[in-house]
Design a protein around this ligand. Structure first.
Ligand SMILES: [Zn+2]
Length: 214
């Protein structure tokens, strides 16, 4: 079985939202070996939206579902990697129209974000119109290799269109080493209660049986 780890490594110098210093994770060693004895413990201080993470409706919908209310069946399932690496700047509906997206798909967009040093500033993002088109097409989840599905649009049109339709969002994927195609996805956000997002390890493997329903 082949395994593609599509999670972003978490460390102090990793790319963060808009390059903001306050968004950088801190890994503080609170206890360490003394003369070869004892042990080591690290305290982790970081945003729930650090690196690869899953967004729940509560992120932009007041009173919306929290992350722990998303059933794992929606996160461990078939997913389609769609290569949009020819797109600069913003993903529009016409860019994914010919890629065979059908109702019930969980799509993962592979873009220049996976290969170019643009993650903190000029990253490729999904327009509000494209998000509404994805909802109309019946997708159940959207993953992207940027730290946000949108670039801080004032009305949050992309997040709102997806989250209000119950579409799951995964951000911060690493897809440079993954060819377009269908995979079994295992997306496992930390089981933190009552939050709007949580960091996740996201893995792709070969589909065990392409006809299987996941
Ligand atoms: Zn987020």
């Amino acid at each position: 079985m082949r395994i593609w780890d599509i999670s972003m490594p978490v460390h102090a110098e990793m790319p963060v939202w808009k390059g903001k210093d306050e968004k950088r994770p801190h890994l503080i060693v609170t206890r360490d070996f003394q003369n070869g004895k004892g042990g080591r413990e690290t305290r982790l201080v970081m945003d729930a939206h650090t690196g690869t993470h899953v967004d729940a409706p509560l992120h932009f919908i007041q009173g919306g579902k929290t992350l722990d209310q998303i059933p794992m069946e929606q996160l461990i399932r078939k997913a389609k990697v769609i290569d949009l690496s020819a797109i600069q700047d913003v993903i529009l509906p016409e860019h994914f129209a010919g890629h065979g997206i059908s109702r019930g798909d969980f799509v993962l967009f592979k873009t220049l974000n996976s290969t170019e040093p643009i993650l903190e500033r000029d990253f490729v993002y999904i327009s509000g119109k494209a998000a509404r088109a994805l909802v109309d097409m019946g997708v159940v989840g959207v993953g992207i290799d940027s730290l946000g599905v949108e670039r801080d649009q004032p009305d949050h049109a992309t997040h709102l269109a997806l989250l209000s339709a119950g579409v799951i969002i995964i951000e911060g994927l690493r897809l440079d080493h993954v060819p377009a195609g269908e995979y079994l996805m295992i997306a496992a956000p930390l089981r933190i209660m009552g939050v709007e997002a949580a960091p996740a390890r996201v893995i792709l493997t070969d589909l065990l049986d392409p006809d299987d329903q996941y």
